[in-house]
Design a protein around this ligand. Structure first.
Ligand code: AMP
Length: 481
């Protein structure tokens, strides 16, 4: 690695950068598209990357999500390709000249949307190819001729195998979120793809984190790259307030719904370490009346797209996601992310909290942790080189305690008896599955019943606690007394 350019840490100070997009000598067609996007000033990574990419140099970008890196590489690529732009309808006049590889379908889709928006007033064509979708429409697009292809590695190789794509004129290769591509085991695919490209080309690699493996990959295919950093490697954005709440493992789901309610969150991503955990949490939240949906690798591409679209439209307020599924989601102005589980890999923590505090906005990153998570926490704090504030979740009463106050029982004698909140629930007790009836949320009102006065209730209560199934049966439908 040779030159290193390091620029301010925070992506928020865009206005302090007096540079304007016009200063880069971008075509009026690109500038018009940027005006339509509402971009006024380049973000720090854009200010640094655009001139370097325009010169045709290789770049190694240490860029977190939310820094504006997509436009940082797309705009100069579009500008460079304009020299070859053709208005001819002939596919031969539109060979693949730039290839952008991303780890996930969602990121590919988002990058493709950006590229389309930035190039919309130019004759350049672009398309996206990723797995989980019918190949036929992708083949049709590729056959019609496109200069910019955004792809996930596996599906790209499928097209190569079927000879539906020709990469022999590719002049520019971008590896976006290269660290994640390696984490996902794409290294052999990446090597195969690199071998298919002309030797003479420009290479751009972006990564939020820089492990020895990433450096090795960079050394193997970048040619005298300029390194551009917008934040210290593995640093977290200053715009994100990080908070930790300690809870017991079995209180985590209720803690998440409590936080969502307390903060009135309307757009939040909750991270789970497992697919099953994500599904279960989403189901739990829905039962609590929260508009939630899960997004993970077991969901079909269509289900993931629908969930994402619903989330963007606000019809889904909480997206429970695994790391892989959440990678590359670009949802502007997300005020908060929640770590339902602390990630096993400390670097994932950086990626996750990068979902909030994007493009200069402020955000909160809330993490739940248990006694067992101390070691993960130490790793995270070591990586980000800072201590995270530990707070108590004020006002949170876990359902395991609350249940004694609000358990929906019709039997008055039992209600009056269950006032001791410290009392443990009966073994095997599961919180009610039904959506909570507001009646059950009313504050506790001791009923003056004759059974209480006569002292018969203690026994009644004890036996009731010992027979949770019976209580469930009561819940199910014994008519009001
Ligand atoms: P990225 O890091 O490329 O995913 O971009 C993060 C977000 O910042 C996206 O929503 C972009 O649309 C937005 N963005 C990128 N560049 C700018 C800019 N110069 N001004 C304002 N917003 C931007």
């Amino acid at each position: 690695m040779t030159d290193t350019k390091s620029i301010p840490n925070s992506p928020s100070d865009q206005t302090e950068h007096k540079v304007k997009f016009e200063d880069f000598g971008l075509s009026p067609d690109i500038l018009r598209a940027l005006t339509e996007q509402g971009y006024v000033h380049p973000t720090p990574i854009q200010a640094e990357a655009i001139p370097v990419v325009l010169q045709g140099r290789d770049v190694m970008g240490a860029a977190q999500t939310g820094t504006g890196k997509t436009a940082g590489f797309s705009l100069p690529i579009i500008q460079r390709l304009l020299a070859h732009a053709s208005t001819s309808a002939s596919p031969a006049r539109h060979p693949v000249r730039a290839l952008i590889l991303t780890p996930t379908r969602e990121l590919a889709d988002q990058v493709a949307e950006n590229v389309k928006a930035y190039s919309r007033f130019t004759p350049l064509r672009s398309t996206v190819v990723f797995g989980g979708m019918d190949m036929a429409p992708q083949v049709a697009m590729l056959r019609s001729g496109v200069e910019i292809v955004i792809a996930t590695p596996g599906r790209l190789l499928d097209h190569v195998q079927q000879k539906t794509i020709n990469l022999s004129q590719t002049q520019i290769l971008v590896m976006d979120e290269a660290d994640r591509m390696l984490d996902m085991g794409f290294l052999p695919d990446l090597q195969r793809i690199i071998n298919l490209l002309p030797k003479q080309r420009q290479n751009l690699m972006f990564s939020a984190t820089f492990s020895p493996e990433i450096k090795k990959l960079a050394a193997s295919f970048l040619n005298d790259p300029q390194t551009i950093e917008v934040a210290r490697s593995n640093a977290t954005s200053d715009n994100v307030t990080q908070i930790l709440y300690k809870v017991a493992e079995d209180e985590k789901r209720d803690a998440v719904s409590f936080i969502i309610r307390e903060r009135g969150l309307k757009q939040v991503i909750v991270f789970s370490n497992t697919k099953i955990g994500a599904s279960r949490l989403a189901v739990h939240l829905v039962k609590q009346g929260v508009k939630a949906s899960a997004i993970h690798g077991d969901k079909s591409q269509n289900e993931r797209m629908v969930a994402l679209e619903d989330f963007k439209r606000g019809e889904v307020e909480v997206l429970v996601a695994t790391d892989v599924a959440a990678r590359g989601l670009d949802i502007s102005e997300m005020p908060c992310v929640i770590n339902y589980d602390l990630p096993y890999n400390a670097e994932d923590y950086v990626h996750r909290i990068g979902r909030t505090g994007r493009a200069g906005a402020k955000g909160d990153a809330i993490s739940l942790y248990t006694d067992q998570d101390e070691r993960l926490l130490v790793d995270i704090e070591k990586l980000i080189k800072q201590k995270i504030v530990r707070l108590t979740l004020a006002g949170f009463v876990p359902a395991t305690h609350q249940v004694e106050r609000s358990r929906p029982v019709r039997d008055k004698s039992e209600r009056t008896e269950r006032t001791d909140r410290s009392e443990k629930p009966a073994r095997g007790y599961q919180p009610p599955r039904e959506k909570v009836d507001p009646w059950f949320l009313k504050p506790y009102e001791p009923a003056v019943s004759s059974s209480l006065k006569t002292g018969t209730s203690a026994k009644t209560s004890e036996s009731a606690a010992a027979k949770p199934q019976k209580r469930a049966a009561l819940l199910g439908g014994i008519p009001k007394v």
